[in-house]
Design a protein around this ligand. Structure first.
Ligand code: HEC
Length: 121
């Protein structure tokens, strides 16, 4: 018999496994704001000043650019580049695509703080 009960169960288990392995992973939530270190908190402020007009930090969805929620919990950035301090620093300093270069307004210390904050998201 083609659709015997065991074969149906077997196929649903297979389907469930495939969904579990390929389905969208939910990332762990960001570190609560009241637990941020001094540097992470400074980064949050610098983010609000320099990035917040174009990027969400604590929620999904695009503003002008992609949400940066969970950036360091993923392997790749939206461009496909691997997530790294160097790539993000370069993106901030020189821009990319529709993102303007912010090197003139965001200092090295601010970038370090912003990266620390992004790692909590
Ligand atoms: C004027 C709007 C604007 C501002 C301000 C801005 N961004 Fe962006 N950002 C964008 C856009 C648009 C993209 C998508 C660029 C593309 O790949 O075309 C982007 C992309 C990115 C990416 C993904 C790069 C990749 O390789 O996929 C990162 C990370 C990022 N921005 C970080 C920041 C940070 C951190 C700040 C603040 C220091 C910032 N952005 C400020 C508009 C902005």
């Amino acid at each position: 018999m083609k659709n015997s009960v065991p074969s149906l169960i077997c196929r649903s288990l297979l389907a469930a496994t495939v969904i579990a392995l390929t389905g969208c992973k939910t990332l762990p939530p960001p570190k609560p704001i009241d637990q941020l270190t001094q540097q992470e908190q400074a980064g949050r402020v610098a983010f609000a000043t320099n990035c917040g007009a174009c990027h969400y930090d604590r929620q999904n969805g695009s503003l002008h650019g992609p949400s940066l929620l969970g950036t360091y919990k993923k392997d790749y950035l939206p461009s496909g580049a691997p997530v790294s301090d160097d790539h993000i620093t370069h993106t901030i300093m020189f821009g990319r695509g529709n993102m303007p270069s912010l090197g003139a307004q965001v200092g090295r210390d601010d970038i370090a703080d912003i990266l620390a904050y992004l790692k909590t998201l």
